[in-house]
Design a protein around this ligand. Structure first.
Ligand SMILES: Nc1ncnc2c1ncn2[C@@H]1O[C@H](COP(=O)(O)OP(=O)(O)OP(=O)(O)O)[C@@H](O)[C@H]1O
Ligand SMILES: [Mg+2]
Length: 341
């Protein structure tokens, strides 16, 4: 234990969750050192990076013409290689302690559907930022390790990672992925559904940030509280073109979220149908573990429990279990070698 602590001071080994919504960096011996939105602001003329992370997210939808804010990973796919590389490099260099001359080993959790070319791009960016060895692992595997599921045992574990861009449903047994499917529905689609609902019902256009705030404050998948909850929202009236305020309630937001939530349920049902019977029996006993920011949507666990009749467990740290799992694998090279992409 003591030796490990001392070793941690010298090595900079890192684990990174390269998410659609958030990038989280863990450094061995130090814990989580960076947790910021995956957003980059760029000067359109020169292509120069102006801001990354929290600072760039504050500019979303508020930039003048010569600055562009980009979310380089959309729907779980890397839509802009160069900017993703820049962002990764920025986060690594920010936490990389250059005083130590040992170059870090880096484990990166990536969306499970990414192509070979995308994998190469992520690896190159990490290597050029000072990484000595770079390993890519699938996010659901990292999440399962992070939540402490016994993935090495011959027993089925189902994990559902509801991120910003995708929902990954995976069944893992004996350090391998038995089934995995990702759908392009997650927190972003929920925000979009709220925007569209308000546009249809009230002719009011709201921004992405406002939509996310509504989801966090008022959103739910199941009516838990009999009292009506409301919130004041602001946007632009599509008819008059003038900014307007109105009151929205929780029933309306639940109605807006019904479609993306239903799609998540269908993905889980499809996974259950495609799971070999022995493993399915394990899942009946152990239940389904939810992680990712979407797992925090109010009442989602209750809704899924009702629809599937299975135990539903929300991971202890839904937003950080991918990076914590990848971090644990820094210490467990045997398992790492089995799960690396
Ligand atoms: N309390 C909450 N209720 C509902 N949604 C939430 C809550 N907290 C965070 N979220 C949503 O979770 C999403 C971010 O989750 P997370 O950080 O797990 O995604 P990610 O790992 O970046 O994305 P992906 O795994 O798809 O690449 C955002 O859409 C955010 O709005
Ligand atoms: Mg994620």
């Amino acid at each position: 234990m003591f030796i490990n602590t001392i070793m941690g001071w010298f090595s900079n080994d890192m684990a990174i969750d390269l998410g659609t919504a958030n990038t989280v960096v863990f450094v061995k011996g130090r814990g989580i050192v960076c947790n910021e939105p995956s957003v980059v602001a760029i000067a359109t003329k020169t292509g120069k990076v102006i801001a990354v992370g929290t600072e760039a997210k504050r500019m979303l939808g508020r930039t003048p013409g010569d600055i562009q804010t980009i979310r380089p990973i959309k729907d779980g796919v890397i839509s802009n290689f160069d900017v993703t590389g820049e962002m990764l490099r920025h986060f690594i260099q920010r936490v990389h302690n250059r005083k130590t001359f040992i170059r870090p080993r880096i484990i990166i959790g990536v969306p499970s559907g990414i192509t070979q070319v995308e994998q190469r791009a992520v690896k190159d960016a990490a290597l050029s930022s000072g990484g000595r060895e770079v390993y890519l692992i699938e996010e659901p595997v990292a999440a399962a390790v992070g939540t402490g599921l016994p993935i090495s045992e011959p027993s089925g574990n189902m994990i559902v990672d509801i991120g910003g861009g995708t929902t990954d449903v995976a069944v893992i047994s004996m350090d391998g992925v038995v089934y995995s499917r990702a759908i392009r529905v997650g927190g972003d689609k929920m925000d979009e559904a709220i925007i569209n609902y308000i546009k249809r019902k009230y002719n009011l256009l709201i921004g992405e940030m406002m939509a996310e705030q509504i989801k966090l404050d008022l959103g739910s998948a199941y009516k838990l509280d009999a009292n009506r909850q409301t919130m004041e929202i602001k946007g632009r009236d599509l008819v008059s073109g003038i900014p307007k305020t109105l009151i929205l309630d929780d029933d309306e937001v639940r109605e807006a979220l019904a479609e993306p939530v239903g799609q998540i349920l269908n993905a889980i049902k499809a996974a259950l149908e495609n799971t070999p019977p022995e493993l399915a029996a394990d899942i009946v006993d152990k239940g389904i573990v939810l992680c990712g920011g979407g797992a925090l949507l109010k009442g989602l666990d209750v809704f899924l429990r009702e629809e599937t009749s299975l135990p539903i467990i929300i991971a202890e740290d839904p937003l950080t279990c991918v990076v914590l799992g990848a971090g644990k694998l820094l210490d467990d090279l045997d398992v790492l070698k089995k799960v690396v992409m």
